[in-house]
Design a protein around this ligand. Structure first.
Ligand SMILES: Cc1cc2nc3c(=O)[nH]c(=O)nc-3n(C[C@H](O)[C@H](O)[C@H](O)COP(=O)(O)OP(=O)(O)OC[C@H]3O[C@@H](n4cnc5c(N)ncnc54)[C@H](O)[C@@H]3O)c2cc1C
Length: 108
């Protein structure tokens, strides 16, 4: 069994993080906030060939979407959102009255 010292682990994390940060220092666009709005903007900008950095203050992306509807992990969206979901490879099911259902965790 391998044993790693705190020094080795800390150095691995610091080196990796610094490399990522250094690569993004010359982004075309910086999006502040990794909720649905910011991530959608970032997706379309990146798809158009822009270098995009998303700054998110929380540990996980997704913003308010984690709550899901009524605190359950299903989110309802309208037809207009379907092309965005398809572009992000997020699966969706058909609900009643023209609504679509998406798993909140997958959407986030
Ligand atoms: C319980 C609940 C259920 C919902 N159900 C549905 C639903 O079924 N269908 C639906 O379409 N909508 C639903 N919504 C609404 C939906 O969640 C919001 O419309 C959506 O999250 C708004 O997205 P946003 O990206 O504009 O903002 P947010 O989701 O609020 O994202 C903003 C992000 O910016 C980050 N941020 C803020 N300040 C900074 C900073 N200074 N630096 C870095 N990061 C920062 C935040 O941490 C957050 O991640 C629901 C909301 C709630 C609360």
């Amino acid at each position: 069994m391998s044993s790693f010292t705190e020094t080795i682990i800390s150095r691995a994390i610091l080196d990796s993080y610094h490399q990522k940060l250094s690569r993004q220092i010359t982004s075309d666009v910086v999006v502040v906030g990794g909720g649905p709005s910011g991530l959608t903007a970032a997706l379309y900008l990146a798809s158009a060939g822009r270098s995009v950095t998303v700054l998110e203050k929380r540990l996980a992306p997704g913003g308010g979407i984690w709550g899901g509807a009524m605190g359950m992990n299903d989110v309802v969206v309208q037809q207009e959102a379907i092309p965005v979901l398809d572009a992000a490879l997020v699966r969706h099911g058909r609900g009643q009255e023209g609504l679509y259902l998406v798993d909140a965790a997958e959407l986030a």
